[in-house]
Design a binder for this molecule. Structure first.
Ligand code: F0G
Length: 519
C-alpha cells in the first residue's frame, strides 16, 4: 500500500508542487457560503473568505442549506439516481424553467431544447457535435437534391435531348460526372469552427481546440479540427473567413434544351463559439456593438452562434444570462458550473428550435447525464435563483458594484500598482501592473516569470485569509467570483486586504509579499 504525505502525491504532482511553492497547500475541512475553514499548523481554527468560488461554480456558495436538504431528502427517500430511459419529471422541469428564463430575458417565444451532460467542456462538445450534425445533414440534403437532378439530366443526356453548356469541355455526360466528383469532394470538407482570441471553452479533445491559450491547445492539435480565432478588435475577420471558406455544390438546370451549371453555396463554418465575458482569459467583456457585429458576421457565414454561459450564467452578472444584457440571442447556450449548486454536476446545452435536430438524441448520450440526484439539486438551484422575482440577480449587481467601486478606488490611489478593473456584477477582474522592471529584484523576478498573480494570491491567503486566483491565461489578473449572497463583512475583509497589498507593492516590500506575511 502506498502511503501519502502532504509533500508527496500520485495525483498530478505538478499541481501540488505549485501549491506548496505558493504556501497555499491548505486542507479545508468545512465550507459554508463564502467561508472556508481550516485548522492552522498550531491547531488554531482559521476562516478564509472564498472569492475563487469554485472557479465560478459556487453561485449559491458552499453547502447552501436548502440544497443540502434537497440532496439529503433525495437520498433518504431512496429515490433512484440512475434510471436512464424512463420518465424524468425533474429533467423536463429544468428544461421548461430554462425556457421561461430565456423567454423573459431575451423577449423571444422561440423554444430551446435542452441536452444534459456533466461538465462545462462536455456541454461545449455537445454544442459542437450538434452544430456539426446539423451542418452535415444540411449539406447532405442539398447533395441528395443536386444528385437527383444530375441523375435526371444524365438520363436526358443519354437520350440526346439536352445539349451541354456552351463552351463545355467534353460532352454533357462527362460534364455531369465531373460535377458529381466535385460535389462529393466539396460535401466531404471538414468543418471550420470559429472562436475568439482569449477564449476558454474547456480542455477535452474538441473543446480545447476552441480554447485560445496555445499551451493547452497545440499539443493536441492533430486530434480535432483547429479553430479559426478572431480578435474582438477585428471582427471584420468574419467576412474574410466567409470569403476564404466559401464552398458550393454545382447543380444543373435545363433551359430550352441546354444545360447550365449553377452554384449552390453550402455551410462550411459549423459554429461560432464565444463567451460574453471571457473568464479564464482574464475577465474581458464583449460589448453590445461587438455582439451585433458578430451577429451580422455569422449571418453572412450562415453559421450558428454558441454562447458559452458556463461561467457568466446563472445570475452572476446581474441577469441569468449575461448575453441577454448585450442583446445577443444565441442559437446555442451552454450552462454548467453553478447548475450543480456546488454539490453535484449538471451541464445543459440549449439548442434553439430553428436549429434543433431531433435525431441528435439517437447519436449522442451519456450514462450520468440527467441523473436523479443532480437534477433534483439543479431544480432547487433554479428555484432559489428565480425566487422573489430574481432578487438574487439584483443582489449580484449591487454587490458587484460595491466591489468594483473598491477596485476603481484602488486604481485611482495606486496607479502604478493596479492597471485595470474589468467585468460586470460578481464576475470581476483586477489587473495588476506588470512588475518585471520593479525595484525589488524578488518582485521583478516573479513578475518576469508570469507568476505575479499567483504570488499575490498566495500573499492574500497567507496574510489576509482571502482566497482568489489569477488564471493561467491572464496571470496578472485576479478573478473575483463569490456567491450572490456575499456578506458586507466579507467585502470589507477584501477591501482591507487589497489596500494593504497595494501598499506592499507600491513600497516594493518583497519581504511581506514573498515572505509569508501573517503566516
Ligand atoms: N467554458 C467556460 C467559459 C469556462 O470557464 C470553463 C471552465 C469551461 C467552459 C469548461 O468547464 O471545467 O466544467 O469542463 N473554466 C474554469 C476556469 C476551468 O478556470 O474558469 P469544465
Amino acid at each position: 500500500m502506498h502511503s501519502v504525505t502532504p509533500e508527496q502525491t500520485l495525483a498530478e504532482p505538478a499541481m501540488q508542487e505549485l501549491l506548496n511553492m505558493l504556501g497555499i497547500n491548505v486542507e479545508y475541512t468545512r465550507a459554508e457560503g463564502d467561508t472556508l475553514h481550516y485548522v492552522g499548523p498550531d491547531g488554531t481554527p482559521e476562516t478564509v473568505v472564498d472569492y475563487a468560488g469554485g472557479y465560478g461554480a459556487l453561485v449559491l456558495g458552499h453547502n447552501h442549506p436548502a440544497l443540502l436538504d434537497t440532496a439529503v431528502a433525495f437520498l433518504n427517500e431512496r429515490r433512484p439516481v440512475l434510471v436512464q430511459a424512463s420518465r424524468q419529471p425533474a429533467v423536463d422541469g429544468i428544461a421548461a424553467r430554462l425556457n421561461d428564463i430565456v423567454s423573459r430575458e431575451f423577449g423571444t417565444d422561440e423554444r430551446y431544447f435542452a441536452i444534459f451532460s456533466n461538465s462545462g467542456a462536455e456541454s461545449i462538445e455537445v454544442a459542437l457535435k450538434h452544430a456539426e450534425f446539423d451542418r452535415v445533414l444540411r449539406v447532405r440534403s442539398l447533395l441528395e437534391e443536386v444528385e437527383a437532378r444530375i441523375a435526371e439530366v444524365s438520363a436526358q443526356a443519354a437520350a440526346g435531348t439536352v445539349a451541354p453548356p456552351p463552351g463545355a469541355d467534353g460532352d454533357l455526360l462527362t460534364v455531369l460526372s465531373g460535377l458529381r466528383r466535385d460535389n462529393a469532394e466539396a460535401a466531404a470538407r471538414p468543418p471550420v469552427f470559429i472562436a475568439l482570441e482569449g477564449s476558454f471553452h474547456g480542455k477535452l479533445v474538441g473543446s480545447v481546440q476552441l480554447t485560445h491559450n496555445p499551451s493547452y491547445r497545440t499539443p493536441f492539435a492533430s486530434m480535432a479540427p483547429a479553430a479559426r480565432f478572431v480578435s474582438l478588435d477585428d471582427l471584420d475577420a468574419l467576412d474574410r473567413i466567409a470569403e476564404e471558406t466559401r464552398a458550393v455544390l454545382r447543380d444543373v438546370r435545363v433551359v430550352d434544351g441546354v444545360a447550365t451549371v449553377v452554384e449552390r453555396p453550402i455551410p462550411v463554418v459549423a459554429a461560432f463559439v464565444m463567451e460574453v465575458i471571457q473568464g479564464e482569459g482574464g475577465i474581458r467583456v464583449v460589448t453590445p456593438a461587438q455582439a451585433e457585429r458578430i451577429r451580422q458576421g455569422c449571418a453572412v457565414l450562415d453559421c450558428p452562434i454558441v454562447v458559452d454561459e458556463i461561467q457568466s450564467g446563472l445570475g452572476r452578472t446581474g441577469a441569468f444570462f449575461a448575453s441577454s444584457q448585450i442583446g445577443l440571442a444565441a442559437d446555442y447556450l451552454t450552462l454548467a458550473k453553478g447548475l450543480g449548486g456546488g454539490i453535484t454536476k449538471t451541464a445543459v446545452t440549449l439548442v434553439a428550435q430553428r436549429r434543433y435536430r431531433r435525431d441528435f438524441a439517437l447519436v449522442h448520450s451519456s450514462t450520468f447525464a440527467r441523473d436523479g440526484l443532480s437534477t433534483a439539486v439543479t431544480t432547487k438551484v433554479l428555484e432559489l435563483l428565480e425566487a422573489e422575482n430574481g432578487a438574487a440577480y439584483l443582489r449580484a449587481k449591487e454587490k458587484g458594484e460595491k466591489l468594483a467601486e473598491i477596485f476603481h478606488d484602488l486604481r485611482r490611489r495606486f496607479p502604478g500598482v493596479v492597471r485595470e478593473v474589468r467585468g460586470r456584477g460578481l464576475m470581476l477582474g483586477l489587473e495588476f501592473t506588470d512588475q518585471s522592471h520593479a525595484a525589488a529584484p524578488g518582485i521583478a523576478g516573479v513578475s518576469a516569470n508570469g507568476m505575479l498573480g499567483y504570488v499575490i494570491s498566495g500573499y492574500l491567503l497567507r496574510a489576509h485569509r482571502v482566497r482568489t486566483f489569477p488564471t493561467a491565461s491572464a496571470a496578472n489578473t485576479l478573478r473575483f467570483e463569490p456567491s450572490l449572497d456575499l456578506a458586507d463583512a466579507d467585502i470589507e475583509r477584501l477591501r482591507v486586504a487589497l489596500e494593504v497589498l497595494c501598499v506592499v507593492l507600491r513600497d516594493q516590500d518583497e519581504q511581506a509579499l514573498l515572505g509569508g506575511g501573517a503566516g
